[in-house]
Ligand binder design. Structure first.
Ligand code: UTP
Length: 486
């Protein structure tokens, strides 16, 4: 950056009332100045100011009993999440778990259609692994968390082995696009290199890094500093995937390679079915632009996003945005009305992503009120006791209502949803491991094996990807008496 460009940054920040970000400018050496100026140059100061003003305005109008810890929306009251939740209905463009032979036959047809796409090399897997994983309190990228109940294999290893097994099954090196962030990039890339990509081909893995958003103080919207030469920055949410795919050149590569469908999954669910033929198949057969997987919510107050129709559009409402009344509403039979929980697994058509990318700001920024450590005016580190700052994130699921056709597919929760979110309470590593052990025991017993009650058995994706493959690999009558990983 030239001296003129640095000066321009200084003037821009001063004009936006953000001169405090340069408080220590005169003390900084040239590399510190360049670092800070590079960070500030990427910020849309006008947009930031608007978001803060909108958030502050909604705070002053916040009804006292609106929701379970709901953050107000920055886009006006009718469109606020609370108001949308009140109008929400269960999703109508929906494939439920098959209940009879006809539905089973339709599911098999979808599966076959998905397998054809995979064999033809028209699918890429996309893993988002840029989150900071604060709730788990693990000081490395979450993907490096050892989760295999017997093997201690990490989340990354289990997911990579699944990609490898599926690539082998369809005789195609399925591209795997892995989104990292400044918080996770170096360690993630080094870990895959050290593990020799868990057997995947180098050319099949594409790391790409998402962008950041700054944190600002909640009273005046001033940019906070983590160091004298650095802003408080955090990853811009899983919705950051959209611009990151374009900026990294991957959108072009996908088009060049004839990859038409992206199968999106997160790092925290070891039993997610990667590049699921069934989900892909439903997506093409129903001519959907975005297809999302759901599982039944356990209760009205479960901390799981809700997939619902609002004014005829399918969308996902965060659990923190659900007023209790809407979250727990029941139908005449006493069943949970908004039963469909977001599993964060989606299929997106490439052409749909291209259309979103052609619109400015296709995915809105959400504001979160959080505790953020920062330097005070004297340069001392402040560790706030409660929320003091605003952070900004985009969510991939905001794409859903923009799809010309969106589809919702229900799956068996126990088999496919065992997320690792928290270090205590629900969705813990222990719960996820118990879920995996139960699932693998079920596959083995369905294959006719006898598994001792005390034996903990884990199945590697390289041994079997599902119950059907377990049946092919395990002789009926096989006896398993001790802990093992097959
Ligand atoms: P979560 O919303 O659970 O966030 O991410 P997190 O960062 O992992 O954990 P907490 O909330 O700090 O405890 C869901 C998925 O989205 C990815 C995560 O890596 C995870 O796979 N993600 C999240 C990103 O890739 N980038 C982000 O900016 C946020």
């Amino acid at each position: 950056m030239t001296a003129d460009q640095l000066e321009e940054q200084r003037q821009r920040l001063t004009a936006a009332g953000q001169a405090q970000a340069l408080r220590w400018w005169d003390e900084l050496d040239s590399s510190g100045r360049a670092r800070l100026a590079a960070q500030t140059s990427r910020i849309d100061l006008e947009q930031l100011g608007r978001l803060v003003r909108e958030w502050q305005a909604t705070q002053s109008q916040l009804p006292t009993d609106s929701a379970a810890g709901a953050e107000p929306d920055s886009r006006g009251s009718r469109d606020s999440p609370g108001s949308r939740a009140a109008r929400a209905q269960p999703p109508s463009d929906l494939v439920r778990l098959p209940q009879n032979e006809a539905e089973q036959a339709a599911a098999a047809e979808a599966w076959q259609a998905g397998e054809e796409l995979l064999r033809a090399g028209r699918v890429a897997g996309v893993l988002v692994a840029g989150g900071q994983g604060t709730r788990l309190r693990f000081d490395r990228p979450k993907g490096m968390y050892p989760i295999g109940p017997v093997s201690g294999a990490t989340l990354f290893q289990l997911l990579a082995e699944q990609m490898l097994a599926r690539s082998r099954r369809y005789e195609v090196a399925i591209p795997w696009l892995i989104m990292t962030s400044d918080a996770t990039h170096e360690e993630t890339v080094a870990y895959f290199a050290e593990q020799k990509n868990f057997g995947l081909e180098d050319s099949q893995i594409h790391f790409f890094r998402q962008g950041n958003m700054p944190a600002v103080d909640d009273r005046e919207g001033r940019l906070l500093l983590s160091e004298k030469d650095s802003l408080c920055l955090s990853p811009n949410g899983h919705g950051g995937i959209l611009s990151a795919l374009a900026d990294s050149g991957l959108m072009t590569l996908l088009a060049e390679q004839g990859i038409d469908f992206l199968h999106y999954h997160q790092v925290d669910n070891p039993t997610a079915v990667l590049c699921d033929p069934a989900l892909l198949g439903w997506h093409v057969l129903r001519e959907s632009e975005m297809t999302t997987k759901v599982a039944a919510r356990r209760s009205g107050m479960e901390r799981m996003g809700v997939v619902a129709d609002v004014d005829g559009q399918t969308q996902i409402i965060e659990y923190s945005d659900m007023p209790r009344e809407a979250a727990t509403r029941t139908d005449e039979a006493g069943r949970l009305l908004l039963w469909a929980g977001n599993m964060a697994i989606h299929v997106l058509s490439r052409t749909f992503l291209e259309r979103l990318l052609s619109q400015p700001d296709a995915l809105p920024l959400h504001v979160a009120h959080k505790a953020v450590e920062h330097l005070d005016d004297a340069g001392n580190c402040v560790v706030p006791a409660g929320p003091n700052a605003l952070k900004f994130e985009r969510f991939i699921f905001d794409a859903l209502p923009q799809a010309r056709r969106a589809l919702v597919v229900e799956v068996d929760r126990a088999a496919e949803f065992n997320p690792v979110k928290n270090c205590e309470g629900t969705d813990t590593p222990a719960e996820s491991q118990a879920g995996m052990l139960q699932l693998h025991r079920r596959w083995l017993e369905e294959a006719g094996a006898r598994v001792a009650k005390t034996a903990r058995v884990e199945i590697s994706p390289l041994f079997a990807l599902d119950a059907a493959e377990t049946r092919q690999r395990v002789e009926p009558g096989t006896s398993i008496a001790e802990d093992c990983r097959l």
